[in-house]
Design a protein around this ligand. Sequence first.
Ligand SMILES: Cc1ncc(C[n+]2csc(CCOP(=O)(O)OP(=O)(O)O)c2C)c(N)n1
Ligand SMILES: [Mg+2]
Length: 374
Amino acid sequence: MPLSKDTLQLLEVDGSLVQGPVYDQYWPYIEALSHDTLQLMYRTMAVVRELDIEAGNLQRQGQMALWVPAIGQEACQVGSALASRPQDSIFPAYREHSVARLRGVSMLQIVRMLRGITHGGWDPKTHNNFHLYTLVIGSHTLHATGYAMGIGLDGSVATGDVNTDEISMVYFGDGATSQGDTHEAMVFAQSYQAPVLFFLQNNHWAISTPVRVQSRTPLAQRAAGYGIPSRQIDGNDALISYAVTREMADQARSGVGPQFIEALTYRIGAHTTSDDPTKYRDEDELRFWTERDPITRFEAFLRAQGEQDSFFQEVGEQARDEVSDLRKEVLALPTPEPSEMFKHVYSADHAPLQAEAKWFADYEGSFVEEGPGA
Ligand SMILES: Cc1ncc(C[n+]2csc(CCOP(=O)(O)OP(=O)(O)O)c2C)c(N)n1
Ligand SMILES: [Mg+2]
């Protein structure tokens, strides 16, 4: 599903700026950004890309059961995350590595979770309201809506104060739009005028199911059926992602109810390391999207703005350093005792759990350690 005339975009594929009404409406959001913030956009995308590749390598070397790559989706994540405000609660799915980083959750913390060292991941309270990765598709759209309804029930009538009024933001995928949970979340959000921003990353695939099977019409149009305002953006353009998220988030903040953004992007890699996309998608489609890579596009934009080689070299070095640190830290991670898993499911111990733990201990004990001569 290539971009249509309704898809908002500030950066062309070659990194030049669009001209016309979209520019007139959205460029002021970008003009207000400091040079440091524009650099941070690039830096985050470029460093996360390299860490993501390395995490995939570490999985292949047996360091994790699974890795979930986000290669290709960095721009919509970085733009939207930077547009959120510190008081906002973010509800991610499981591929939001750039958002995580910008809210203070490191790649190592994500690796630790996928290695089974932690059963939750991190404490949202001490990680800038970045909630836990959620693998049950669509379920967290309800968490975000419930949280936003809670904001309403707290009695704070939205004043539209961008510094204090809180919203919740939820990241979900094209596949998640077919889940009942997502529909219920949108119904409740609109009925209760909950301050929630639905941020859909349409990466064109739900494992091996293409988005055309999820919907015959652009997913952004569905929001109208719930009475929720929506925009469709070029998800590989970090600038439009920033500008439109700011606009829609501050709308939600002002008390007019939920908002919806569909970011058109592409999952360049596999769904996870358990998947082989060569089995179900063709090379031409991959090439089409690889040519629209969000990072090279942003680099071209920055260079046209006068950014020098030295900046890109410095970011390259930072990425290499962080990759090397990640590898060292992952190799030094402990392997948890399998029996640990029984300790974190219930707050109190009980008989069926004890029986399962005993069965597991007996099973583990049934393996005989064989010596060299055996
Ligand atoms: C409720 C539920 N059903 C099925 C699955 C298996 N599953 C894991 S990922 C996935 C596809 C999700 O696609 P999408 O929402 O587009 O997100 P993406 O993986 O593309 O980021 C499915 C069906 C699941 N995790 N949860
Ligand atoms: Mg998808």
